[in-house]
Design a protein around this ligand. Structure first.
Ligand code: SAM
Length: 285
């Protein structure tokens, strides 16, 4: 259905079903005709690769994915969109829409039921209100997927893709780099959506790593360290860790100096290896 980027056509279909946009559900639908074919192309789906889409909306990306993928599973929270999707996805027989909250579904079970052992990728224009938790759920659950290609706000894209140890990096950069190799694919202007959001977006691809880039004694400690380290960006690393981990400042200072990190270092200066060294040292005491 090529007409899903035709604004008056989409408005017509939505109003026929009594649909009005919900800001709370992050409903900004893509109407720029070049974006979805590009996302479908770059996400790596093909005749023998299945796709999970989160939040199909009116089905504009779903249609493009279905042209390339072996099978598309699209998870939509807003039940009001189900009759819309029945109409807009009618041309394809390789799409299954699941009504539910992608944050709450057991995606490991879903993938094994729907795709068996075949290769699976995720491709989605994510609702912005759950960008980070959704990405973290998809990564932390260690799903059998090879990549996530997702549209997020441009600022979030920059943060997620920033290499740990650089000024733009944050807790999400370190978490994402532990599981994947992220790349910024292309920018998308706010005018590409209906209704237009206040800020521009970007499509990023997180290529899942077979092995983590650093060796950890305990992943939970690593993620506690990352969260605490970046919780107060203006403070030094030792101050943030001391308050975030409820540890005396002198113990934290000794710990970071034992692994060769200067006393006045800041979280954003820490490479993945340095964050891992702190985590492993903390685990050892
Ligand atoms: N894919 C469509 C597009 O590109 O035009 C719509 C994208 S819109 C940014 C986000 C979609 O995610 C909406 O359809 C919204 O209803 C849906 N959504 C929001 N929260 C969700 C959740 N927790 N689980 C599944 N879908 C969700």
């Amino acid at each position: 259905m090529e007409r899903l980027t035709d604004i008056s056509y989409v408005k017509g279909i939505l109003s026929k079903h009594g649909f009005t946009f919900s800001k709370a559900l992050g409903q900004n639908f893509l109407v720029n005709p070049s974006v979805c074919p590009k996302m479908a192309e770059l996400c790596g789906c093909s005749d023998n690769v299945g796709v999970i889409e989160i939040g199909p909306g009116a089905g504009v990306l779903t249609n493009e994915l279905a042209k390339k993928a072996h099978k598309v599973i699209a998870i939509e929270l807003d039940k009001r969109l189900l009759p819309v999707l029945s109409e807009t996805l009618a041309d394809h027989n390789n799409i299954k829409v699941i009504s539910g909250d992608a944050m709450k579904l057991d995606l490991n079970d879903l993938i094994s039921d729907e795709f068996g052992g075949g290769e699976v990728v995720v491709c989605a224009n994510l609702p912005y209100y759950i960008t980070s938790p959704m990405i973290m759920k998809l990564l932390e659950e260690k799903l059998p997927i090879s990549s996530l290609t997702v549209m997020v706000q441009k600022e979030a894209a920059d943060r997620i893709c920033a290499e740990p140890g650089t000024r733009e990096s944050g807790a999400i950069s370190a978490a994402v780099h532990y599981y994947s190799s992220p790349e910024l694919l292309f920018k998308v202007s706010k005018g590409s959506f209906m209704p237009a959001p206040k800020v521009d977006s970007a499509v990023i691809k997180l290529n899942i790593l077979k092995e983590p880039p650093v060796k950890l004694d305990d992943e939970k400690t690593f993620f506690r360290i990352v969260k605490a380290a970046f919780s107060q960006r203006r403070k030094t690393l030792s101050n943030s860790l001391s308050s975030g981990l409820s540890m005396p400042k002198s113990d934290v200072s000794k710990l970071i100096s034992d692994v060769g990190i200067p006393a006045n270092a800041r979280a954003e200066e820490m490479t993945m290896q340095q964050l891992a060294d702190i985590s492993n040292a903390l685990n050892g005491i």
